[in-house]
Each structure stands twice: as structure tokens, then as C-alpha cells.
Design a binder for this molecule. Structure first.
Ligand code: DQA
Length: 142
């Protein structure tokens, strides 16, 4: 059975409370539950991890190299500046799909830059929680 890591970066633990007009009113726990059960339907095992700490996210990506077949990753604000996380993604031999709930290209200028360009297998943005499910589809179709 395929094993997928669903990873969320800083402030995504605040979903449901955080800027609902932009990110919606769903909690991260409810999104994680949906991805896990969608994975089950597709015969894929999904583990979830969220952290506000760059080093913990880097460690988890390193671990993914040996433990997972693919990663679905919303890097939050790290998207726009963390070369350390970009290097971690580039270091591992598993496909990573970058997901953003909001349409980062239609917001502030600084959100248009993703340091993950060129190292991720695909990027999905602006589709809300459905973007995570689409990422699972993309990975299953590979
Ligand atoms: C986000 C977009 C980022 O710019 C922001 O910093 C986030 C969430 C999204 O899911 O739309 O934390 O990654």
C-alpha cells in the first residue's frame, strides 16, 4: 500500500480561526480527516503532520525519504522564503505536491514567489480544502 505524508507548515494549525474569509472556516483536523478517509478509499495510507517550526519540518521531510512514497505539503509562509525547506524537498527522492488553500498569485506581491518552484512535482493553489484531495489524485495517477 502506498504511504503518503500530509504535511502543513506554520499557522495552519489555526485554520478555522485564522482569517476565515481567506482560508475558510474548516479546521485542520477536519481537513486531515477528509484526506485520510479519501486516501483509504483509494487504497493509500495517509499520515498527518503539522509544525510551526522549520527544523521539525525539515526533519520530517528527511524522514519521508525512507518512510513515504509521496508528500502533500502546504508550506504556509515558508513558501515565500525558506531555502532550507526547499533544499530539504530537493534532498529527498519522493515526489512532493505543493498545496495552497488560497490563490497565492492573486494576493500580496510577496506571496507570488515560491522557493519550491522547480523542486515540487506539482502545485495546486486557490482550491481550498479540495486542493489537498486533488493532490492525492495527482500522486495516485503518477
Ligand atoms: C498559504 C498561503 C501562504 O501565503 C500563507 O502564508 C499561508 C497559507 C495557503 O494555504 O493559502 O500560511 O500557504
Amino acid at each position: 500500500m502506498k504511504r503518503i505524508l500530509l504535511m502543513n507548515g506554520p499557522n495552519l494549525n489555526m485554520l478555522g480561526i485564522r482569517e476565515p474569509a481567506i482560508y475558510g472556516s474548516d479546521t485542520l483536523a477536519s481537513i486531515e480527516e477528509e484526506v485520510v478517509s479519501y486516501g483509504r478509499e483509494k487504497g493509500v495510507h495517509v499520515d498527518c503532520f503539522q509544525s510551526n517550526h522549520e527544523g521539525d519540518l525539515i526533519d520530517k521531510l528527511h524522514e519521508a525519504h525512507a518512510s513515504y512514497d509521496a508528500v502533500i505539503y502546504n508550506p504556509g509562509a515558508h513558501t515565500h522564503y525558506s531555502y532550507a525547506l526547499r533544499d530539504a524537498v530537493a534532498s529527498i527522492d519522493v515526489p512532493v505536491v505543493e498545496v495552497h488553500l488560497s490563490d497565492v498569485d492573486a494576493r500580496e506581491e510577496f506571496r507570488r514567489i515560491s522557493v519550491f518552484d522547480g523542486v515540487v512535482a506539482a502545485k495546486i493553489k486557490g482550491k481550498g480544502r479540495a486542493g489537498y484531495l486533488e493532490a492525492l489524485d495527482v500522486l495516485c495517477d503518477r
